[in-house]
Design a protein around this ligand. Structure first.
Ligand SMILES: O=C(O)C(=O)C[C@]1(C(=O)O)C=C[C@@H](O)C=C1
Length: 281
């Protein structure tokens, strides 16, 4: 299979793809929308993109793109531990504490916020398209006093030196990656499997009091466990939102379809993004 991922090589997304799809062909793309479009345009079979980090929360571009732009299904979820390290070009080894700029993905910078505030106050932070893109940039600019934040594979791949390891602010740092496909299908990944999940996106009728409460009741009285609900702007005006809801079980024949039918009868719009297995690295 051909698999698009947020690259370049040695991003955290690449690490997840290497573990879950060891024998498959990997195709790096610069941005998350480019990965998603590669599936829509049949350039690849699947795309793997980040969805949520335990410290920094959702990757909004992924959620928004799936709601507004793409008609794809989530076919698997891969949760991976995330360890962030500070790395520099070996030419800058002596002066690593005096770097002028630190580059990384916005989520990685946020995961190390306390560390950066404490040790690199006043140093400019620059966002890159991924942690691996930051490492690659540092390796291509050996004369600049700059550093990147990323994983160990990136330091090896781009021949950088790790000067501080495990700089993420909280020990429990995990990211959920989703596997996207044009058709709902079963993807079997040779890593440890936990319970299945279903993700839906719900739009409420405008201006009806209690609508969200009624949506949640449709799940609650059926004893369907939810693990996440988050609102995102509909982009039609202030105060207009859609909701992304994670259900802690795979779609069945009765309970979830029943809840969806009840929610639709309330004039809500429901889109099932996927019903899939959850894997943990
Ligand atoms: O930049 C990378 O290496 C990515 O794969 C992206 C990403 C993210 O979007 O959250 C993935 C995992 C980490 O949480 C940091 C960055």
């Amino acid at each position: 299979m051909k698999i698009a991922y947020l690259g370049p090589e040695a991003s955290f997304t690449d690490l997840a793809v290497r573990s879950a799809f060891a024998g498959d062909e990997r195709y790096p793309y610069v941005t998350i929308p480019e990965c998603i479009e590669a599936v829509m345009e049949d350039k690849v079979d699947l795309a793997v993109v980040p969805l949520e980090n335990a410290l920094e929360g959702s990757v909004h571009i992924t959620i928004d793109y799936l709601f507004h732009e793409a008609d794809l299904s989530i076919v698997a979820e891969i949760t991976s531990p995330i360890q962030q390290h500070l790395m520099i070009h070996p030419n800058q080894q002596e002066k690593w504490q005096d770097v002028h700029k630190i580059l990384s993905h916005s989520h990685a910078l946020a995961q190390c916020h306390k560390y950066l505030h404490h040790y690199f106050r006043g140093v400019s932070l620059e966002q890159t398209t991924s942690t691996a893109a930051a490492a690659k940039y540092v390796s291509e600019n050996p004369e600049h006093p700059i550093a990147a934040i990323g994983n160990r594979l990136a330091s090896e791949k781009y021949q950088l030196m790790i000067v501080q390891d495990d700089i993420h602010d909280f020990h429990f740092n995990h990211t959920r990656f989703i596997v996207l496909s044009k058709d709902p299908r079963n993807i079997d990944v040779p890593i440890s499997k936990s319970n299945g999940k279903t993700t839906v996106m719900v739009t409420l009728p405008s201006d009806r009091s209690g609508a969200l409460h009624q949506v949640l009741s449709a799940f609650s009285w059926r004893n369907i466990n939810l693990s996440k609900i988050e609102s995102r702007p509909l982009k039609t005006g202030l105060g207009n939102y859609f909701f992304i809801i994670d259900i802690e079980q795979q779609i069945d024949e009765v309970l979830i379809p029943g809840a969806i039918a009840e929610i639709e009868a309330l004039d809500c719009n429901v889109k099932v993004l996927g019903s899939y297995q959850s894997y943990t690295l």
